[in-house]
Design a binder for this molecule. Structure first.
Ligand code: PAF
Length: 282
């Protein structure tokens, strides 16, 4: 696997692949790779001749007071994991390469509607940073397809909407959440949890599972969500939101069948997110 740091080298390497007529799959990441990321690489590997991963801790998607400086940077380990997973190319630029005029002067992509509420409410500007960097990577790599994890359900919806609205000729592949044995969704931020917090963390998934079962069994939505919030508080979380939305993130109506439960909650300073899809009864 070759690691490329600069845009001209990236363009040259991809030009060779394109001339051969190879299908190119992109796996954008911020590094500190775990099995969830490797599932993205595996999904890409199944679908394309050339797999390119990117590692860039994108400052544009972190708000003031968030964990940009603390975010784990583990490039050597990540390179070894990507290579073992069959990745062909890694693009790992520095901030000045991506944003040569600085963050303030950067042209941005702003996706409306689907960015409202949920993580968009508690992390203002976050999705503008995500769509801007992902749009830029799409432009640089011009992949045939790109793989994203379903753990970041709203992010995936934002990217799908951006691709549709800007007519990017790119297939977006959503890859199911990878969980630890106790149900905790894998995340680079799990590494911030101390022993006691790590033991509590799976309660987020367990709460979503209990709610799913109740709602699929016909329980009323509002009281069920109240109960779920109570359960999270009791376990030691500070919930940010716990919501039921239609699968496209629109509001749940009388005719909604395919729906998704979405939660974000803090354990100490660590913010965890998770989601679970479900089918509402008629
Ligand atoms: O999901 C992530 O790791 C990031 O938000 C992404 C998509 C790589 C953009 O920086």
């Amino acid at each position: 696997m070759r690691t490329l740091r600069e845009i001209p080298a990236l363009r040259e390497a991809l030009g060779d692949a394109r001339r051969r007529g190879d299908r190119i799959a992109l796996v954008p990441t911020m590094g500190n790779l775990h099995d969830g990321h490797l599932a993205l690489v595996a999904a890409a590997r199944e679908r394309a001749e050339v797999v390119i991963a990117t590692i860039f801790v994108n400052p544009l998607q972190f708000g003031a007071g968030e964990d940009l400086d603390a975010y784990p940077r583990t490039l050597e380990d990540d390179q070894a994991r990507l290579e073992a997973a069959g990745c062909d190319l890694l693009f790992a630029p520095d901030t000045a390469t991506v944003y040569p005029r600085g963050l303030e002067a950067q042209t941005r992509i702003v996706v409306p509607e689907v960015t409202e509420g949920l993580c968009g409410a508690s992390r203002p500007g976050h999705f503008d940073g995500v769509s801007t960097v992902v749009g830029m990577l799409f432009n640089l790599v011009q992949p045939d397809l790109a793989c994203f994890g379903e753990k970041d359900y709203q992010q995936l919806a934002v990217i799908r909407r951006m691709v549709a609205d800007l007519h990017f000729p790119i297939e977006i592949v959503g890859v199911p959440i990878v969980r630890a044995e106790d149900g905790l969704a894998l995340s680079s931020r799990n590494g911030y949890l101390d022993g006691a917090q790590r033991a509590t963390a799976p309660e987020l998934h367990r709460t979503l599972c209990a709610l799913r079962d109740a709602l699929e069994g016909g329980a009323e939505i509002a009281p069920s969500l109240e109960e779920g919030l109570g359960r999270l508080h009791q376990a030691g979380f500070t919930p940010d939101y716990l919501e039921l939305r239609a699968a496209d993130l629109g509001p749940v109506t009388a005719t909604t069948r395919e729906a998704v439960l979405l939660a974000a909650a803090r354990l100490g300073p660590t913010r965890l997110i998770d989601n679970l899809t479900l089918t509402l009864p008629r």
